[in-house]
Design a protein around this ligand. Structure first.
Ligand code: CA
Length: 466
């Protein structure tokens, strides 16, 4: 695995580690005051509860279905304030974790992805986290010591997918009228490339390098004839800072989870070029992954936690629960945004801007339990393979990763634990995937990813680094 690690630039590591060390300290300083944290949470401090329909909706009863032999009732899960985190927050606030005996779950806001990585390195015993929400392939990168301090390998287990969709690419308003949308014609491509020649290269941001948002923006650019490595500039900006940075004009585009891209349109700072749901309908997005040592030590608690998450994900996808979901996650304890910015994506309503047709389709928004292709929560190995293949495409991982992929994925992906836990909330057999592969995946530009033949997918792509 040495070559695996060499692909990560030392310099970049130092930069992100330095920046996130500061935020870790800040995070720790504010942890006691973080609701959803240890202090005074317990579901009592439900944000927005006074005005929300919470009172009329059933809350799960603590220990109602307590898992026999549970090793601990306590776990600390990190999250980033984007729609991906909703399942974890709802599992806590609506009592689904507690229902299965996990009565002391801390859902801890992370300043950015680098902080989450730093905090999982420390573990909850040291004031960090045991696991939580991750972009892909971060659990693999942490397991292989590619983004950890001193390249220490910290085995991680991927336990469930948190959501699909709910992410998008926003473009600064100064580029209106140039035809920058899902598909770019020749003139639009020439315009974007021409900015570099003019000395003002198009700057596109993601929230953490070599993971989902970086991969989405690269896929979209490359499918439109723009080489992300040579025709534009890519940079890292934390999700919560994206709106401010676009306002000040320090970037031209960014890719992240809702509600941040939508705010760009609502505040008339820019427009949307694409939803990830348009790039790849029902695509894999973010995941619940834990330190392997925590899971190995607490198998029953893991099962209880997963059962609570699964039930929360089912709850999140009921349209009648979305108003309450918005009231809870938008609260000061959690995302701290006006509910009005979260409501449209949760109804599948997207204003795209720049003369593009609006989207109004519940199934184009974030989904947590079921989509048109089946189960959202199940952690398909074929999706892990796509993230590794796409990482090979851009030179983030060596080509031989594909030959080793079964071993690499086998160590990290714990679909077996998901399957065992799904029995507790009574998930119907028909809703439990029979195969570890979702089969052939289709993208907006006509490309296909066959998990049996990742090399063929790489060959089919015109723009790549490999
Ligand atoms: Ca995301």
């Amino acid at each position: 695995m040495t070559k695996f690690s060499e692909q990560f630039s030392r310099r970049k590591f130092i930069v992100t580690a330095g920046a996130s060390a500061v935020s870790t300290i800040l995070l720790k300083a504010c942890t006691p005051a973080e609701p959803g944290g240890t202090a005074g949470a317990g579901g009592g401090a439900t944000p927005g509860s006074a005005a929300s329909p919470a009172a009329t909706s059933a809350v799960a009863v603590a220990n109602e279905k307590r898992v026999e032999g549970i090793e601990t009732t306590k776990v600390t899960l990190g999250y980033i304030p984007i729609v991906e985190a909703a399942g974890l927050i709802i599992a806590k606030e609506k009592g689904f974790f507690a229902k299965y005996g996990m009565t002391d779950v801390t859902v801890a806001k992370q300043a950015n992805w680098g902080s989450a990585r730093d905090n999982v390195e420390i573990g909850s015993a040291g004031g960090g986290i045991d696991g939580g929400q991750w972009q892909m392939p971060m659990p693999y990168q942490i397991s292989e010591g590619l983004i950890t301090k001193g390249s220490v390998k910290i085995p991680m287990y991927v336990l469930a997918q948190l959501n699909t969709q709910g992410n998008g690419i926003a473009i600064a308003g100064k580029h209106k009228g140039k035809g920058i949308g899902l598909k770019l014609n020749q003139a639009a491509q020439d315009y974007m490339k021409g900015l570099k020649a003019a000395g003002t290269p198009f700057k596109a941001a993601y929230t953490f390098p070599k993971a989902n948002q970086d991969l989405w923006i690269r896929y979209w650019l490359a499918a439109n004839g723009i080489n992300p490595d040579t025709d534009v500039e890519l940079l890292t900006v934390p999700a919560a800072q994206t709106v401010a940075n676009m306002k000040t004009g320090s970037m031209d585009a960014f890719s992240t989870g809702d509600p941040w891209p939508l705010r760009i349109v609502q505040e008339d700072i820019g427009f949307m070029s694409a939803l990830t749901a348009q790039i790849w309908k029902d695509h894999p997005e973010e995941y619940l992954a834990m330190r392997g040592d925590w899971v190995d030590k607490h198998p029953k608690a893991t099962e209880a936690m997963l059962a609570g998450l699964i039930e929360a994900q089912q709850w999140c996808d009921k349209p009648e629960n979305r108003a309450e979901l918005v009231a809870i996650v938008s609260g000061r304890n959690y995302f701290d945004v006006p509910p009005a910015v979260l409501t449209p994506p949760y109804e599948g309503k997207y204003k795209m801007g720049d003369g593009q047709a609006d989207i109004n389709d519940f199934k184009m928004g974030p989904l947590y339990w079921k989509d048109d292709l089946g189960n959202v929560s199940y952690p398909y190995r074929s999706h892990g393979l796509w993230f590794l293949t796409e990482s090979v495409r851009w030179g983030f991982l060596p080509t031989n990763t594909l030959a080793d992929s079964k071993t690499i994925i086998g160590k990290v992906n714990r679909e077996d634990l998901w399957k065992a836990a799904a029995k507790l909330p009574g998930v119907a057999d028909a809703d439990i995937p029979k195969s570890t592969s979702r089969g052939i995946e289709k993208f907006f530009d006509g490309k296909e990813f066959n998990p049996e033949k990742p090399e063929d997918y790489l060959k089919s792509l015109a723009i790549k680094k490999v």
